[in-house]
Design a protein around this ligand. Structure first.
Ligand SMILES: [Zn+2]
Length: 201
């Protein structure tokens, strides 16, 4: 990959390691990507391996359908979702997808994540919708659901996939990662609020 792509891959590595070290992704799950500006291509982590020990060389260049253009390895099956986002949201430059436990716990309710903290309301006034996709990945037949969500809430910075995880978007990899952390924090507080309510405290 050229120097520009390599520099973007370096930023993806920083965001990946932070997500892993913060515990919003364990093992070999999750994925991160970034648009290569001015092109119809993106950098995405190769399938397998962990966010915790990835390197710039472990990133592939694919088109928005997830077809490999450059690099060694197999693109993740979730590349399709990343590509859809870059097509539907020209403002988004990076996507961080993680399987963080509180967010997944909340998403099992199939309800949108409520903005229970001042911080989440200030940072994400359009909220965090939950998409009830009945599969381990977003498939071509699920795209209308994604499109509808972006029509209704065109500026959202993150959404949840029911029983699956968080998809956070941003102007660069670290911004998207911070949003993924905020979603997890918000989900944790939302669940704690429910417990407090139940206990009648
Ligand atoms: Zn996933």
């Amino acid at each position: 990959m050229d120097q520009r792509a390599y520099e973007i891959a370096e930023k993806l590595v920083i965001a990946s390691k932070r997500a892993y070290n913060r515990g919003i992704q364990t093992g070999s799950g999750g994925n991160v990507s970034a648009r290569i500006p001015g092109t119809e291509t993106m950098l995405v982590k190769a399938s397998g391996g962990s966010l915790g020990d990835c390197s710039p060389e472990g990133f592939l260049i694919t088109d928005f359908e997830g077809n490999l253009i450059e690099g060694t390895g197999k693109p993740t099956r979730e590349a399709l979702l990343h590509g859809y986002i870059y097509k539907l949201r020209p403002d988004v430059q990076a996507v961080v997808h993680v399987h963080s436990p509180y967010a997944i716990g909340w998403s099992s309710s199939k309800r949108d994540l409520p903005l229970v903290t001042w911080h989440s309301r200030l940072k994400n006034p359009e909220g965090f919708p939950t998409l009830d996709v009945h599969a381990a990945m977003v498939r071509p037949q699920d795209v209308p659901m994604v499109e509808k969500m972006f029509e209704k809430t065109p500026n959202i910075q993150a959404f949840l996939l029911a029983d699956h995880g968080v998809v956070a978007m941003g102007k660069d990899p670290l911004t998207a990662e911070h949003t993924a952390e905020l979603v997890e924090e918000t989900a944790q507080v939302a669940i704690l609020d429910k417990i407090v309510e139940k206990l009648g405290l």
